[in-house]
Each structure stands twice: as structure tokens, then as C-alpha cells.
Design a protein around this ligand. Structure first.
Ligand code: KIV
Length: 264
């Protein structure tokens, strides 16, 4: 029996060893990844990766809850964080709390993530004050990228770099337990990682971050509509699926499947 993960155990990993995070949207994937990850993110990337939609802005609260429930059915020891989808938290503190509460109550997940810096600090503080742990997300914010537009790396200009530092500081003061830094130029991400007193999780940011996160379907070679530079493919499951489907097709057509072993 595994022990229930806690935010404080997660935060305590900072400075001890690198923190391992991946996305998960389904029960079987959660089961496969849980023993190897400190954190599973039910990311709003599910809209693009699973549903084939154009942007993460197409995710909605129901979608996040359904996939969150699926992941929670199989998680054992990894912290589970669910994205607040675009449009569910920006309008007011009350809207953010209602959405986060619905996610946490209906899924039993450990925390929510929202995209934004100093501008979203009031929301973060309100959620944390109401007992909901929040993971921040700064830099490249996919919820702000329109369909068809390419992702823009953050921090190239001095004003942008100091805004990113200010964003990280504001989120930490508001009470986030960690910050995802996405698509930020390396020196800026390194300097934020070194000055931040909560775990920083990089994705196209810096090896100096306390941990790393990638979209699981990207590292498995399951999603190739678009592969950012920061992805490394650790497997090519599309090829394996094609090979298995070809073998199955051949076996059905040539009559070698099913055999007596498969029949009643
Ligand atoms: O939605 C997502 O998958 C994310 C990660 C890539 C950080 O936000």
C-alpha cells in the first residue's frame, strides 16, 4: 500500500533530487506512470492531444474533471494536479474558487494549476486561503496562444525578463507550492530557478530547474501534430501501434487469428 502524497513531501524534494513530472489524462496512463513520477499533471493539453482540438483553450471544466477522475482512479503515490481551463478563473476570485472547488471535490486531486503571473496573484492567494493548493505557470502560456499562431519563447528582452522575475515573486508571495516555467530563455529561467524558494518545474526552460515536465504523448511519440524543440522522444509508439495493427490485420486476413486458444 502506498502512502497518500502530500504537498509538503513534494516541496521537500527541492534541493534533494530532481523532481519528475509528466502529464496523464487516462487511468491506464496514470497506472503506468505513477511509480516513476512525483507529479502527474492532468493538463489542458488534453484538448489538443486526446481530442485533436486546435488549442488548449478548447478544454473546459467538465473535460478536466472527467480526465482528472480517470487519473485519480489509478494514482498511487504521485501528486495529481489538474489544470484550471481558460475562462474558468480569470474573471473574479469567486469564479476561480468555484471552478477549483468543483475540480477538487469531484476528482479528489491534490491541487490545481493556473497560467499567469502577478496578474493572477489575487486568484492564487484566494484559492490558497481557502485551502486549495496551487501550482503556478509562467513564461509561454498556451492558454494565450491563438489557433495557428506559433509559440513564442519568453524572456528575450530585459523588460520581459524582469517581468518574469516579478511574476515568480508575486506567485510565491501569493502561496503557490511550485511554479512551472515554460518556454523561457535559459539564462532567465536559470536565474529564476536559483532565486525561487519553491520548486521550479521546467519545460523548455533550464536544467537548473528543480524538476522537469513534458507532455507524455510527446515523449512516447504518440502525438506528432507539432513537436516543440524542448521535447525528446523516448519511444516511438506510433510506429509500434502501426506494426501491431499490421500484424493483427494480416492475422485476421490469413486466418491465423483467432485460434482455438481464443475461443470458447
Ligand atoms: O497542459 C499541459 O500539458 C501543461 C504542461 C505542458 C506544463 O500545462
Amino acid at each position: 500500500m502506498s502512502t497518500k502524497p502530500t504537498i509538503s513531501n513534494f516541496v521537500a524534494l527541492k534541493g534533494k533530487r530532481k523532481i519528475v513530472c509528466l502529464t496523464a489524462y487516462s487511468a491506464p496512463m496514470a497506472q503506468a506512470l505513477d511509480p516513476h513520477c512525483d507529479l502527474l499533471l492532468v493538463g489542458d493539453s488534453v484538448a489538443m492531444v486526446v481530442y485533436g482540438m486546435d488549442t488548449t483553450q478548447d478544454a473546459n471544466l467538465n473535460m478536466m474533471i472527467q480526465h482528472g477522475q480517470a487519473v485519480m482512479r489509478r494514482r498511487q503515490s504521485a501528486l495529481v494536479v489538474i489544470d484550471l481551463p481558460e475562462g474558468s478563473y480569470e474573471e473574479s476570485l469567486e469564479q476561480a474558487l468555484a471552478s477549483a472547488n468543483e475540480i477538487i471535490v469531484k476528482t479528489g486531486a491534490d491541487a490545481v494549476k493556473l497560467e499567469g503571473g502577478a496578474n493572477l496573484a489575487p486568484q492564487v492567494r484566494f484559492l490558497v486561503d481557502n485551502g486549495i493548493p496551487v501550482l503556478g505557470h509562467i513564461g509561454l502560456l498556451p492558454q494565450h496562444v491563438a489557433a495557428g499562431n506559433s509559440f513564442r519563447i519568453a524572456g528575450r528582452h530585459a523588460t520581459e525578463a524582469s517581468q518574469l522575475h516579478a511574476d515568480a515573486d508575486a506567485l510565491v508571495s501569493a502561496g503557490v507550492f511550485g511554479i512551472v516555467m515554460e518556454g523561457i530563455i535559459e539564462p532567465v529561467a536559470t536565474s529564476i530557478a536559483q532565486s525561487c524558494n519553491v520548486p521550479t518545474i521546467g519545460i523548455g526552460a533550464s536544467a537548473a530547474c528543480d524538476g522537469q515536465i513534458l507532455v507524455t504523448d510527446d515523449i512516447l511519440g504518440l502525438y506528432d501534430a507539432f513537436t516543440p524543440k524542448f521535447v525528446r522522444k523516448f519511444a516511438n509508439l506510433q510506429e509500434e501501434i502501426a506494426a501491431a495493427a499490421t500484424d493483427y490485420r494480416n492475422a485476421v486476413i490469413d486466418g491465423s487469428f483467432p485460434t482455438k486458444d481464443h475461443l470458447f
